[in-house]
Design a protein around this ligand. Sequence first.
Ligand SMILES: [Zn+2]
Length: 219
Amino acid sequence: MSKVQVLGKNIENTKIILDKIIPDIESRLGISTDFLIKVRLHDTRKSFDKQLNRKTSDWEVGNTSDKNEIDIIHEDSFEKYSSHPRDDFPRILKHEISHIYINKISDGKMIPMWLNEGLSMYLADQMTQYRDKGIFVENDYLSKISTEYGWNKYSNYSAYAYSCLFVDFLINKYSLNKVVELVKKLKSNYSCNAFDKLFLSVFNKSLEDIEKNFVETLK
Ligand SMILES: [Zn+2]
């Protein structure tokens, strides 16, 4: 199992949460590794922004680097420095830890943003917040939210909700194993056409068709 180093003040509760989160993610993904994960707890938004070297938005509370390092606002400071209730902390921490494991599985390959975010949200049990809420849907939305450019454009417009609900749909219809297989087989570079081909080979159905099926299930 991965080892975790927690840095900051009042780290005990975060450690307890991590002791539950990590075995759960490892067993669901069917992997066990021994790499080191660093979690930095930030007391203030200022400290969080300083570490990330940019001005973050109100709703942004966690960030994962490709060096297995997580920066997150301390749960005691959640309500003061973000738009999240304190109760969101364990799921957001689990979301960030999931990114690290997905990164491991993909072996650093480029992963479409909707798949990376959607699978992290699935593993962190964040679907419920989006169920039964209205969302905006564009045609071929997944292809628009694949790249970082597209994701940043739509991240305030249902991109998270759509990705999360789509990945949940995909896993319920097929399996988590199939989605993990897709992540494992990713190519070094992302291109829409190459990804569509890979998707078809794993699911025996095109991404376009499955996306259409998914949109039909939305109320
Ligand atoms: Zn994320």
